[in-house]
Design a protein around this ligand. Structure first.
Ligand code: SF4
Ligand code: SF4
Length: 337
């Protein structure tokens, strides 16, 4: 899939030290062999929360270069900066200065960060160092969440490239409820839900790049076709109003804003957190039979049921959406239990 995508024009590959339990960089390195590396911008991330001292930064970067079978990383990010890591990791271990040294040594071309925290933290981080770029969560549902649209505009104004993650909100904007589809159906210009979500971002001049996870050759083919049709200003004023109306309708019917990112996993007590929330949300958008089936037949395959949550709240420290997971799990149990 990766090679087919590159042959069709995809030129940016995003991975991270921890993706797929550490396997992603190895797989990416293999896929980019045989000449494919030179056709791509390769992005990966330093897992700052795992660093115990500043030397760990270099050790892990060298390990990543080896796994990726390359002598340099085009875009290197300090991964998942949050308030607590900003002081204890980024500043205390001089990680930006370490990244600059790596840049001078030719191991890294551009230095950036990804962030899952509020707008003020985003602004503080953005303004502190002369970053080349940043990566933020943005989609037509999360316009005022984390960095949000305000963060996008602030970073772009400072001259940073802005890479967008979660454009489909963990897949939630790909499989949309009938009432949201009805909103999009008002447009004369027919697009799939995925194309609407991606076009919302491609439309904006401040957006440099949209990352979209793809898990099948068909999704890759479709995304490439959407990208080929996209440009800044690809939505009309009326179409922008339709996207805003879809946002409003979604808000009316989504119970738990979980993106299924799995940052909270694995739970130390093996609770199948995102799967339980998927069932809950499905129930609340009217797919009651499917939700019941999913909860009873599928959720337990991915771990323990919500009733076994100990309310230790370890997961809540990791959730980029700031969800009160233990309380919500109790709600899920109450509904299905
Ligand atoms: S609060 Fe519940 S779901 Fe979260 S880590 Fe603890 S046991 Fe797991
Ligand atoms: S609960 Fe939070 S961390 Fe866990 S999958 Fe959902 S959004 Fe991600």
């Amino acid at each position: 899939m990766l090679r087919d995508a590159i042959d069709s024009g995809v030129n940016y590959i995003d991975t991270a030290y921890l993706y797929h339990e550490g396997e992603s960089e190895l797989i990416t390195g293999n896929a980019l062999a045989d000449g494919y590396r030179s056709k791509t911008f390769l992005a990966t991330k330093s897992p700052i929360w795992l660093l115990n001292n500043s030397d760990d930064f270099d050790r892990i970067l060298d390990e990543q270069l080896k796994k990726l079978k390359t002598d340099h990383i085009d875009l290197y990010l300090l991964h998942n900066i949050r308030k607590e890591y900003w002081r204890t990791k980024v500043l205390d271990f001089n990680l930006f200065e370490k990244a600059q040294k790596a840049k001078k040594a030719g191991k890294v071309r551009y230095i950036g960060f990804s962030l899952h925290d509020d707008f003020n933290t985003f602004k503080q981080v953005t303004d502190f160092y002369p970053w080349d770029f940043c990566q933020i969560q943005l989609n037509y549902m999360d316009t005022a969440y984390q960095a949000g649209l305000g963060g996008l505009r602030h970073a772009a104004k400072k001259g940073l490239g802005v890479v967008i993650m979660e454009p489909l909100k963990g897949g939630n904007l790909a499989n949309i409820p009938a009432s949201v589809q009805a909103v999009f159906d008002r447009s004369a210009n027919k697009r799939t839900p995925v194309e609407w979500a991606l076009s919302y971002l491609w439309d904006m001049p401040e957006v440099s790049l949209v990352l979209s996870g793809m898990s099948s050759p068909l999704q890759t083919e479709e995304n490439i076709a959407y990208a080929a049709r996209s440009r800044i200003g690809c939505l009309s004023a009326d179409e922008r109003k339709i996207v805003a109306a879809a946002n409003k309708e979604f808000r009316n019917i989504t119970a738990i804003p979980c993106t299924a990112c799995s940052y909270c996993m694995p739970c130390p007590h093996r609770i199948a957190i995102p799967y339980a929330f998927t069932a809950f949300n499905d129930y609340h958008i009217g797919n009651r039979e499917r939700a019941e089936h999913y909860y009873r037949e599928v959720v337990h395959r991915f771990g323990k049921m919500p009733c076994e949550c100990t309310t230790c709240k370890e997961c809540e420290k990791l959730c980029p959406q700031g969800l009160k997971i233990s309380t919500l799990l109790a709600d899920v149990h109450k509904l299905f239990g």
